[in-house]
Design a protein around this ligand. Structure first.
Ligand SMILES: *Cc1c(COP(=O)(O)O)cnc(C)c1O
Length: 489
């Protein structure tokens, strides 16, 4: 596979790169991203071949079809990470919750959120590439709660990789915080910031622009890379489970090969939905991809009107924090795929300079041929959680709950509807306890109250986290971030 740049080439960077180059150096010319030049075919023949495949067999053939420049042994080693999921044979169970509604659970990995689906194998590939090339990398991550734990978990004790993770102190759940501060390995640093997620992210941007910081990286022979979904190395692993979900519906005799289905994706940075877009284009029979949002409904507005408008928009803190976002990075790759580099550069520059862009009518039609969108408020999310627990005995987290309005409003053709569950309820237990009218002072009490009243098992890994020793308890002022990161290096 060759990758090209979403905003065109600046004459300094290579015009086309291999997969390994793109994952080690994720930023392309003019601040753009790398995107595949061509896609494989995941149509009927491919699906037919995998009717009886395990997840890993399917994954291997998906990666093989992309023709990535990674040795077979290393791919095998990366995919072995799915063996640590709850069921190694089926890391992504698909649960039938009511007629036509299938919840595809992406949270059965070590940190109980969908980030593990990609970060687990991605971490193996990135660190092995670095080792082979004799290069050392620093991964910086600002997290609102799920990317941090998954990044630390995948890179702990990896040679040639250092990770520094910034999180807003008080801005994550106890479970998310404990998942980070108890992670004990010499190549990891975790810093709590006195401030919110935006402060953590801004601090990170400031750090990246600082000349003092650049000098120190050079002295230490450290290169920078990124583990967020601007890195195509994550996106490729987020194509597999969409195909898997489709195959599962065939295996259960809910559809025949070739029938169309809907996919609904709780979205923030649009990495999950982008994976769905690529497989749809590659031939998977998908009627529409539905983008589910919370009250930060910029994606709903974009898909319904063609306007991406950040003017007068402020980030709202919701009970589905992993979807609290205004600038959704991976929309850029869809724009590029549909309208080319020249137009993408124009639109992204307009967003940077004017906080606004608008598609033409024809362009909007193109977007709407693949996507629909809807958003759900916190109150509606809480009602959904309560309703589905009580009437269907299915307990979902607040991110997953944003799918239900999509199911009720957008299933226009009454087709089988796959909704992605992106986190286990255990990561957001205080919100759920409150929703269910249970008293709890903290995550631990909330977990126990929910578990006792509704007979829901708490994942052993989550219980154990409360007993683990805290090894990273640094809480620092925003102004001390640069010094703290440098002293870690
Ligand atoms: C990251 C995340 C999302 C958003 O996924 P994107 O790929 O960024 O759109 C949704 N839900 C949860 C729980 C997440 O951790």
């Amino acid at each position: 596979m060759r990758l090209i740049e979403t905003r065109g080439n600046d004459g300094k960077k290579p015009k086309e790169v291999d997969f390994s180059y793109a994952i080690l150096n994720p930023m392309a010319s003019f601040g753009g991203l790398y995107a595949p030049k061509e896609l494989p075919n995941f149509g009927i023949d491919f699906l037919q071949k995998h009717l009886n495949s395990t997840y890993k067999e399917l994954a291997k053939d998906v990666l093989n079809s992309f023709e990535i420049d990674i040795e077979k042994d290393l791919i095998d080693q990366a995919l072995q990470r799915y063996d640590q999921f709850d069921d190694a044979n089926n890391p992504v169970p698909v649960v039938e919750v009511e007629e036509n509604l299938f919840i595809s659970e992406l949270f059965h990995g070590p940190t109980r959120a969908f980030k593990d689906m990609a970060l687990q194998p991605f971490g193996v590939i990135l660190s092995e590439l670095a080792k082979k090339r004799g290069e050392k990398y620093l991964i910086l991550a600002a997290t609102s709660g799920d990317t941090g734990p998954a990044t630390l978990e995948t890179f702990k004790n990896k040679e040639n990789i250092k990770v520094c993770c910034l999180y807003p102190d008080g801005g994550t759940s106890d479970v998310q915080r404990l998942q980070m501060v108890t992670e004990d390995a010499p190549n990891l640093e975790v810093l709590g910031i006195k401030g919110n997620f935006d402060d953590a992210q801004n601090a990170l941007k400031e750090l990246l622009a600082s000349s003092e910081f650049k000098k120190i990286l050079e002295e230490k022979n450290l290169k920078l890379s990124a583990a967020n979904s601007v890195n195509f190395g994550r996106i490729i692993f987020q194509t597999i489970y969409h195909i898997h979900s489709y195959l599962e519906l065939i295996r259960r005799k809910k559809i025949n090969l070739g029938d169309k289905i809907y996919l609904s994706v709780p979205s923030g940075n649009f990495g999950n939905a982008l994976g769905a877009y690529y497989v749809k284009k590659a031939g998977l029979p998908i009627e529409k991809i539905i983008i589910a949002s919370n009250s930060n409904n910029i994606l709903t507005e974009f898909i319904n009107t063609g306007k991406y408008d950040l003017r007068n928009k402020k980030l709202i803190h919701t009970i589905s924090p992993a979807m609290d976002i205004l600038k959704s990075s991976n929309i850029e790759r869809v724009l590029f795929d549909k309208f080319g580099a020249k137009r993408t550069k124009e639109l992204m520059e307009s967003l940077n300079n004017n906080l606004y862009y608008e598609l033409t009518k024809e362009e909007l039609d193109e977007i709407q041929s693949d996507f629909m969108a809807t958003f759900t408020t916190d109150d509606e999310v809480m009602n959904v959680i309560r309703e589905y627990l009580i009437s269907k005995n299915y307990l979902m987290d607040p991110h997953t709950a944003t799918n239900i309005k999509a199911f009720k409003e957008k299933n226009e053709k009454m087709l089988p509807f796959v909704a992605y569950s992106t986190a286990e309820w255990t990561k957001f237990s205080p919100t759920i306890a409150k929703t269910l009218g249970l008293n709890a002072k903290n995550d631990k009490e909330a977990l126990e109250a929910i578990s006792n009243k509704f007979f829901k098992e708490i994942t052993p890994k989550i219980i154990k986290i409360f007993e683990k020793k805290v090894v990273n308890s640094k809480i620092i002022e925003k102004s001390d971030i640069i010094t703290a990161v440098i002293s870690f290096l």
